[in-house]
Every structure is written in C-alpha cells, then in structure tokens.
Design a protein around this ligand. Structure first.
Ligand code: THU
Length: 160
C-alpha cells in the first residue's frame, strides 16, 4: 500500500482592486453579467466572464428552471457559448462572482464540480491552462493558475 498527497496552490487578493487592469476589467464584466442571472428559485446570482486569446470576452450567468436540474450554472453558460461562437480560440482566463439576494456574500465562491469538469474539457483540448479568478460580491479574490489545479485526478478523453 502507498499513499499519495495531492496539493493545490491558490493566490489570494484582498479585493478586486489588487487585480491587474486586465483581470479587474474581466471581473467587472462578470459582475455586470451577474445582474442578468435568472435565479428566482435559489436567489443566488452568479456571473462569469471569459477572456479569449483573440481579445474577445464571453459572458454567462446562471439560468434556472422550474424543473430545477434543467437550469445551468453561469460558468457553463459562458464556456459553452465560447465553444459555440469561437470553437478554435483559446480561453485564457475566467472571472466568476456570486451573490445571494438573501445574505451578503463576502467569501470567494468557487465553481462547482460540474463546471470544473466542463471547463477542464476546454483546457485539455487547448493544451494550456485557463486562469480562474473567483469571488463573492465583495472581498477577497482567489486565483488558480488552471482548472486542473482545482480538479485533481481529472477525467479526460484518454480514459475512453
Ligand atoms: N451556480 C452557478 O452558477 N455556478 C456554480 O459554480 C455554483 C452554482 C448556480 C446554480 C444555481 O442557479 C445557483 O447557483 C444555486 O446553486
């Protein structure tokens, strides 16, 4: 028997103001996108903004449904949109912000497991990391250098 230890590394910024200009602007787009969330059931609004290597930004927000599982997270709305419109353009960065209308969301909100898997598909396909920045409505911003860093033991097409 043997054991392995899997470590991950994050960078923590005190606030959006500590981000460089490009990432701050991307996070501001995610904040704007959050306003278009359709979340009448959870009251939890999420916005995401992707920066592509061609300089384009693609946004998404969570879209809920009365049949709950039919809804979709902001990150997947954004990444599937990017895949549909710019299928061969690398994704460089994603900024994510979330806020509840019921309570103050001051802690960074990480992407859910399904979104990590969906984003990883594109990271694997393009063979280069996607930087991930995530925050609540206010407060600290967490940065990961890649999706894989947030999803160890990733499942990819080579297992099929
Ligand atoms: N949500 C996202 O948009 N992204 C995540 O990574 C986590 C959860 C949405 C889904 C649902 O509309 C609401 O937040 C509550 O789970």
């Amino acid at each position: 028997m043997k054991e392995i230890k899997i470590e991950t590394q994050l960078t923590i910024f005190d606030s959006i103001n500590e981000l460089d200009k490009e990432v701050k602007e991307l996070m501001e787009k995610a904040i704007e996108a959050r306003k278009n969330a359709y979340a009448p059931y959870s009251k939890f609004n999420v916005g995401a903004a992707l920066l592509l290597e061609n300089g384009q930004t693609v946004i998404g927000s969570n879209q809920e449904n009365a049949a709950y599982p039919s809804g979709l997270c902001a990150e997947r709305v954004a990444v599937f949109h990017a895949g549909a419109v710019f299928p061969n353009t690398r994704i460089l960065k994603i900024a994510i912000t979330a806020g509840s209308t019921l309570t103050a969301t001051t802690k960074p909100i990480p992407p859910c497991g399904s979104c990590r898997q969906s984003l990883f598909e594109y990271e694997f396909k393009q063979d280069s990391g996607i930087e991930v920045y995530f925050m609540g409505e206010t407060g600290e911003v967490y940065k990961s250098d890649s999706i894989q860093n947030l999803l160890p033991l990733t499942f990819d097409k080579n297992f099929l």
